[in-house]
Write a protein that binds this ligand. Structure first.
Ligand code: HEM
Length: 121
């Protein structure tokens, strides 16, 4: 179930990336993915207290890696939102930062998606 939700979010992100040069479609699609991803992280955390398991050393190295990547992805979402809004306001020099953050985000989100198979969330 959680895996299905994660797959839907990855699909929404792919659609948002396809429309990356469309200023009417790209921002709302990415915002939707962000909100759904935050909700997913909260559901996973409430279900299995993933962060606490890592802090208490109860689980595997892979879970630790997965949680670190997940937190990084959330921070990258915030940075993308911040730089995206600046670009929308006409600060075109923010575009290269947005692009670099987007590359890091895509790698992180795909890593998160793949490792979720192995940590069962
Ligand atoms: C996960 C989140 C996001 C990712 C991965 C992402 C990725 C990208 C990419 C790859 C581009 C094209 C860069 C280029 O020209 O090479 C782009 C453009 C852009 N993004 Fe995002 N973005 C995200 C979120 C957002 C958000 C939340 C906003 C606004 C609030 C936003 C606003 C923009 C704008 C205005 C452009 C320029 C469109 C244009 O005129 O070509 N992005 N984004």
């Amino acid at each position: 179930m959680l895996f299905a939700a994660s797959s839907v979010i990855v699909l929404i992100l792919a659609i948002g990336l396809y429309f990356r040069h469309n200023r009417k479609l790209h921002p709302p699609i990415m915002m939707l993915a962000f909100i759904l991803d935050i909700l997913l992280v909260l559901v996973i955390e409430l279900q299995r207290q993933a962060v606490e398991q890592v802090v208490e050393g109860l689980d595997s190295t892979l879970l630790t890696f997965h949680v670190i990547v997940s937190v990084t992805v959330v921070l990258l979402y915030i940075a993308l939102l911040f730089t995206g809004i600046k670009v929308l306001k006409g600060q075109n020099q923010m575009m290269s930062a947005h692009r670099m953050l987007a590359y890091a985000f895509i790698i992180g989100r795909l890593t998160n998606y793949i490792t979720s198979f192995f940590v069962g969330s």
